[in-house]
Design a protein around this ligand. Structure first.
Ligand SMILES: CC(C)(COP(=O)(O)OP(=O)(O)OC[C@H]1O[C@@H](n2cnc3c(N)ncnc32)[C@H](O)[C@@H]1OP(=O)(O)O)[C@@H](O)C(=O)NCCC(=O)NCCS
Length: 163
């Protein structure tokens, strides 16, 4: 039985995050660029706002999730989500553990009403994960990003929990 632990990201996680997002599937599913540097991740970690959760298995960083709180007071009930799991740990429950922790944080500790995210239309694994936690498709953007030599479409998904 694998024990997946969730905690907030720390300054020492830069290397683990760099390694995760240097992997082909993690890059393909996100907006990360090839050849990420350690310095870039150190800077991102230092400047990160909101909540940065990481998943670890035996001290190896296997997953990452960012929950960005909206600065505009009229959107203080909203947070955006972005996440990634190491290619060699995909399909083993890491994404579910991370998103479960983020939804618990949003519902039970931050009292957020709306979570939103963007996902490439061909990312079946991510779409299945988001649906599992109550996200629904709200719209789409053709040619949202450039990836591996082609434009790729994206879906916008949201999870709304009104009082
Ligand atoms: C998408 C991603 C976050 C999913 O995380 P994961 O750890 O692989 O997900 P889990 O193992 O918790 O599986 C979650 C659900 O998705 C489903 N799923 C997993 N892989 C799938 C696949 N290839 N196709 C369809 N559904 C899939 C599973 O059925 C599972 O549901 P279940 O627990 O009811 O069986 C992860 O694969 C990843 O980081 N990929 C690369 C980067 C990326 O795409 N990030 C998301 C950006 S929007």
């Amino acid at each position: 039985m694998i024990e997946i632990r969730i905690r907030q990201a720390e300054a020492g996680d830069a290397q683990g995050l760099r390694d995760l997002y240097a992997m082909p599937k993690a890059q393909k599913g996100t907006l990360q660029m090839p050849y990420p540097t350690l310095a870039m991740w150190q800077k991102r970690l230092a400047e990160r706002s909101g909540y940065g959760l990481v998943a670890t298995v035996d001290e190896l960083l296997v997953g990452d999730l960012g929950l960005w709180l909206e600065p505009n007071p009229r959107r203080r009930h909203v947070a955006g989500i972005g996440m990634g799991v190491r290619d060699d740990w995909a399909g083993r429950g890491v994404g579910s553990a991370l998103l479960g922790a983020a939804v618990d944080l949003a519902d039970n500790w931050l009292n957020l009403q709306r979570l939103e995210l963007t996902v490439y239309s061909d990312n079946a694994a991510a779409i299945a994960l988001y649906r599992k936690f109550g996200f629904e498709q709200e719209g789409g953007s053709p040619a949202y990003a450039f990836r591996e030599g082609n434009f790729v479409d994206a879906l916008h998904m949201g999870r709304v929990r009104l009082p």
